[in-house]
Every structure is written in structure tokens, then in C-alpha cells.
Design a protein around this ligand. Structure first.
Ligand SMILES: Nc1ncnc2c1ncn2[C@@H]1O[C@H](COP(=O)(O)OP(=O)(O)OP(=O)(O)O)[C@@H](O)[C@H]1O
Ligand code: SF4
Ligand SMILES: [Mg+2]
Length: 407
């Protein structure tokens, strides 16, 4: 991408000072993004001259969720579970191999590069590493101003003013627009990345571990900046992190991912105080003691052992079963559906329950029409409990009663 000459006269299409946006304004909370059964399988090629596809990395496999305008959803999980891939699919840096991405009433999953161009303005991404995500040969002015020039949204002679405004918004000196990324600290570089993401007034921002590469002392400053920006501009956030403590401060709703799937999603209070999935319980148990206070302090612990299995050949049934201390026969035979079990709580586990109170019998048998070992049981009429859908319904599967309920 060429450097933008900030001093050149205008020859652009837009009227002076206008920033055009394509998506309709949504009322706060109204669904702006709905992802259903999203899938990304990367091909694995053999070595040699003729490179055949010998398998697939199932990086994202059947992810569904909803995001309301101006809201924020946290996405957490261990390294390699598919968080960044999910973010890159939503921003359409990757084309999904399956599923839909409904943005502002349009399914953008299969859009061609030409069709996706106007949507790129609306869905932006902040990257994890501020050292590699900024081109070292470009000035800050050209990095932040480039999207305005590419999308021809502001006359060229107005770009510098807009860039300086954005630098000020993110807490940088507007006079530093002619400096290069190496002249800034890590925290300042991340602010440049944030300014670049804001340039086009996005409706949705995917923040992919935006502070994990930063010094702990400045993480809070950048998180607070993002919070202020969200409030001021009403941007919907998908906040990706492996640190449950950071997500708790930012997101009223959190989804937990394991090996390409969402295993639990809930409002903040429920997820941190009454998680029902053994993996969420293990993640919370692994938070260092100093951070336990920040997430409510927990007494019981679920230990997580072993490594995440390969996403090329994931375990049958429940993908977590090779590391789950509660795994039983049914876990290898049947994949647990992501069932809504409360007003704003979904979980995918045959033995879903609070830590220390997991049931002895699978809670999903009646829904799947199987016996307690996971074998098809013709005498059971499956309960019609909607599963694996984006968003929350008004009725849900009540675990104690094993029936649908309105709460
Ligand atoms: N372009 C690609 N080609 C092939 N495999 C990929 C590609 N990108 C990611 N993967 C694989 O997909 C899986 C998910 O990767 P992803 O980067 O989404 O994980 P993550 O949850 O963001 O991890 P981390 O916390 O380390 O950033 C990994 O097994 C990864 O190796
Ligand atoms: S379904 Fe089975 S293996 Fe999977 S998390 Fe639940 S108990 Fe563990
Ligand atoms: Mg990642």
C-alpha cells in the first residue's frame, strides 16, 4: 500500500468532511451480527511435488452467537482453540468453509472480495501484536489515514485533520502524525492500531487479544480507552482474550471456546460464579490467586491436565473428553449439544452442573433420545430443546426438571 500524501489537494468523490457508512443505525442491543454454524477447515497438504489435501485443520467448527449493537461479547479459550480464526472470519479476512455471518440483515459469509469491500468499513479488527501489525515503513499519518483514502470517504485535503483528530481521541499527540511506528512504545503503537480501526466509524470491532502483548502496567489503560470508545461511539465488540479477568471487566457476556467450538456462553455473573462446563471451571481454577479476587474468588478447583488435542483429528463426541475428569462412555459417543439452560446461559456438556455438583446421569439423554451410555434408545421420545443456535430464546431446557421452561 502506498503512503498517503497528506498534503495533496483533494480529488476524491466524497463531499467535504463526510464519512459515509453503509449499515443502518441500530438501537442499542438490537442484533447487528449473527453468526450461525460458522466453520473454517484449513486444508493440510502432503509434501512432495504433487501436494494433495490429506486432511483438514478444523479450526472453527459450528460456532454460533449473536452480538447486539453497542454490546460486547468476550471470547476466551486456550491457545489454538480458534479465537483468532473466528475473528478473522467475521472481518472476512478469511472466507468461511461453512455457516453464515449475518451482518445488518445480509449474509456476508459468501461475499466476493468486491462485495465485501463496503462491509470492511463496518467491521474492523484490532490485532494482538502492535509490533508486527503496523507497517514500519509508513508514517502514523499514512497508517491511520490509509483507510480514508482507500475508501475515498474524505477529500484528500481533509485526511490530515481527521487523522490528527483520531490520534487525539486515542490519547496520542496529534503532532506526531509524521513519526514512524518504531518511535512509539508498545502501548502507543496499540493506540495507533486502535485509531486505524476507528477511522471508518465501524459498527463492529473485533479486538484480538488487544492487550496481551503489552506490559501489565499499561494493559488497564488500553482497556479503559477501548471502554470509553465503545461508550462514545456505540461500537459492538467481540473481545478475544485468554485472560478471564480482562474479559470480565470489559464484557457483560462471555463465550468459552474449546477446540473450535463454543462450550459455554453466559452473562458475566453466571459464567464467573456458576459455570456449568468442566472446561470453564478449569479455566477459572487456573486463574492465579492474585487475580482470583478480581473474578470473585473461588474455593473449589477443577484441574486441567494434558494438552489440547490436534484439531486435525479431534476426539469423537465431546472434544474435551480426553482432558475431562468427568468423562464417561456417552462423552465419546455423542457430541453434547449447546443447550440453553437458563435465561442467558448455554452449555455443551452431558454432565453439566455446578462445580462439585455435577449429576451422575447425563442431562442430555432425553434431548438426544439416548440411554445413559449414549446408545440410541427407541423408548425415549427426544425432548424438543433448541440447541446450537445463535442468541438466547425465551424458553430453555431446565436441568432439574429435564423439561422446557420459561424460568
Ligand atoms: N492459515 C492457517 N492455516 C492452517 N491452520 C491454521 C491457520 N490459521 C490458524 N490455523 C490453525 O487453526 C487453529 C486455531 O488457530 P487460532 O489462531 O484461531 O487459535 P487462537 O485461539 O487464536 O490461539 P492463540 O491464543 O494462540 O492466538 C490452530 O490449530 C492453528 O494452528
Ligand atoms: S460432555 Fe463429558 S467429556 Fe465433555 S465436558 Fe461434559 S463430562 Fe466432560
Ligand atoms: Mg489468536
Amino acid at each position: 500500500m502506498d503512503d498517503v500524501n497528506l498534503e495533496k489537494p483533494a480529488d476524491l468523490e466524497a463531499e467535504e468532511g463526510t464519512v459515509v457508512t453503509a449499515a443502518e443505525e441500530k438501537a442499542p442491543g438490537e442484533t447487528i451480527l449473527e453468526v450461525e454454524n460458522l466453520q473454517m477447515y484449513f486444508p493440510v497438504k502432503s509434501s512432495g511435488i504433487i501436494r494433495r489435501t490429506v486432511g483438514h485443520v478444523q479450526a472453527v467448527d459450528g460456532v454460533s452467537f449473536q452480538l447486539g449493537a453497542g454490546e460486547s461479547l468476550g471470547l476466551v479459550g486456550e491457545s489454538g482453540c480458534g479465537k483468532s480464526t473466528t475473528g478473522r472470519l467475521i472481518t472476512r479476512l478469511y472466507k468461511p468453509t461453512g455457516g453464515s455471518i449475518n451482518f445488518d440483515g445480509k449474509d456476508i459469509a459468501k461475499y466476493t472480495p468486491r462485495e465485501i469491500k463496503p462491509i470492511r468499513r463496518e467491521i474492523q479488527m484490532i490485532f494482538q501484536d502492535p509490533y508486527t501489525s503496523l507497517n514500519p515503513r509508513h508514517t502514523v499519518g499514512s497508517i491511520v489515514g490509509a483507510p480514508l483514502a482507500i475508501h475515498k470517504l474524505v477529500p484528500r485535503n481533509k485526511i490530515l485533520g481527521r487523522v490528527q483528530e483520531l490520534l487525539e481521541i486515542v490519547g496520542l499527540n496529534p503532532e506526531h502524525y509524521n513519526r514512524y511506528p518504531h518511535e512509539f512504545s508498545g502501548g502507543q503503537r496499540q493506540r495507533i492500531g486502535i485509531a486505524r480501526a476507528l477511522t471508518l466509524h465501524p459498527k463492529v470491532l473485533v479486538a484480538d487479544e488487544p492487550v496481551s502483548a503489552l506490559d501489565v502496567s499499561i494493559q488497564a489503560q488500553v482497556v479503559n480507552l477501548l471502554k470509553d470508545l465503545q461508550k462514545e461511539f456505540g461500537i459492538a465488540f467481540l473481545f478475544i482474550a485468554h485472560d478471564l479477568a480482562i474479559v470480565r471487566h470489559f464484557c457483560p457476556e462471555v463465550a468459552v471456546m474449546y477446540l473450535g467450538k463454543i462450550v459455554e456462553v453466559a452473562d458475566r455473573e453466571t459464567l464467573y460464579n456458576r459455570p456449568h462446563h468442566p472446561y470453564t471451571q478449569a479455566l477459572l481454577s487456573a486463574v492465579p490467586d492474585v487475580k482470583q479476587a478480581a473474578i470473585g474468588g473461588r474455593r473449589d478447583r477443577m484441574r486441567l491436565e494434558g494438552d489440547v488435542p490436534s484439531p486435525i483429528n479431534p476426539p469423537s463426541g465431546c472434544r474435551f473428553r480426553t482432558r475431562c475428569p468427568l468423562a464417561q462412555e456417552i462423552c465419546a459417543k455423542q457430541e453434547p449439544p449447546l443447550l440453553q439452560i437458563g435465561k442467558r446461559h448455554k452449555v455443551a456438556c452431558h454432565f453439566a452442573g455446578e462445580l462439585g455438583r455435577h449429576p451422575m446421569q447425563p442431562v442430555t439423554a432425553g434431548v438426544l433420545g439416548v440411554d445413559s451410555q449414549g446408545n440410541p434408545d427407541p423408548s425415549v421420545t427426544p425432548i424438543d430443546a433448541p440447541a446450537d443456535q445463535p442468541g438466547f430464546a425465551d424458553t430453555w431446557f431446565d436441568l432439574p426438571n429435564q423439561a422446557m421452561s420459561k424460568g
